[in-house]
Design a protein around this ligand. Sequence first.
Ligand code: FES
Length: 419
Amino acid sequence: MSRRPLESLRSQRWFASNDMRGFAHRQRTQQMGMRREEFLGKPVIGILNTWSEMSPCHAHLRQRAEAVKRGVWQAGGYPVELPALSVGEVMVKPTTMLYRNFLAMEAEELLRSHPIDGAVLMGGCDKSTPGLLMGAFSVDLPVIYCPAGPMSNGQWRGQKTGAGTHTKKYWDELRAGSITQDDWVDLESRMTRSAGTCNTMGTASTMTSIVDAMGLTLPGASSLPACDSGHPRMASTCGSRIVEMVWEDLKPSDFVTRASFLNGLVAYMALGGSTNAAVHLVAMARRLGISLTLEDMDAMAGRIPVLANLFPSGEYLMEDFYFAGGLSALLAKVADHLDLSARTVTGGTLGDSLGDAPCWNDDVIRGLDNPVVSLEKGRTLALLKGNLAPNGAVMKSSAANQKFLQHTGPAWCSTIPAR
Ligand code: FES
């Protein structure tokens, strides 16, 4: 590994100067109980943590930040934890979409205004992934994304229950009288068994999996369940790796390219991912000056069918996906459609990371010859254009009831801003 000179680290501008400001920065760090030798001459690693008690999906990130710190110390860095907006999807009204860009601004300014040389970004609930990465792309410091991971599988009376998807199903059943009020209350405490993001292929796992395929996480990290013992080990490895990335000066602009985004799209379509990702990916690409359009997504959706047999397009949950081999196994099945030379946070290529990733359950992770939904029957994403949406709208025909494919009657429109 070629190592950049210590003097080139931006934190040196705060800590190394022998003037009054440098004195104050060192003095105030010692005020927090740090010895000089614990922080001087080391890369300063920011840990942007979106933990909050209003975000159940990130409830474990407070402890996980300690695991990241462990890795940073072990690799010779100085870790500092910085709280960032949690944008927990469930509690925030009227919609977290309003706050994604606040998080992007906050992430950007936290990194820019402090003596940070590199950062671990901790998020997962829907808008937190694009928000944190949009900000980080604008600053262009070495970063690694540490996904919160999906919650454990839910079960109720022998039936798999997915957060979100099944809430709506059982709400309908309650109104139809097929379950009782007592059943409904019982469900409240059983559907979401642990910290972590929704255990279906909703926006959270769609986005963390896409950025995993783009090389912004440790390989396969997005599939690790939040409460698996491997998750803190992954977090600690993020801490160690980011220190190396700082010395290598490996920034997003060095390895995130259009090819990375197209790899992300391959994963998106094979996962049967959320339509919300279309909005986020365009915004993320623009931060790096990369062209990515809805037409790119439509074209990819026409080539890659849904292969991950996960709710809502399929029948399993994220923990099943992890046990079947996770994202790496899925990507290995569509390797011919990927640019395996795309680089990742490891410093190597996607092809190096994937190797021959095995699949342990061919029903959960299907091959191209046996998709969950064939391209003729439905796609992860279909681009719609017409007088209601002149700039384009998207729908997930793979998970849509047939009655939605033709409609006569009222229409409610929301828009993506024109380019
Ligand atoms: Fe946070 Fe679904 S509510 S991931």
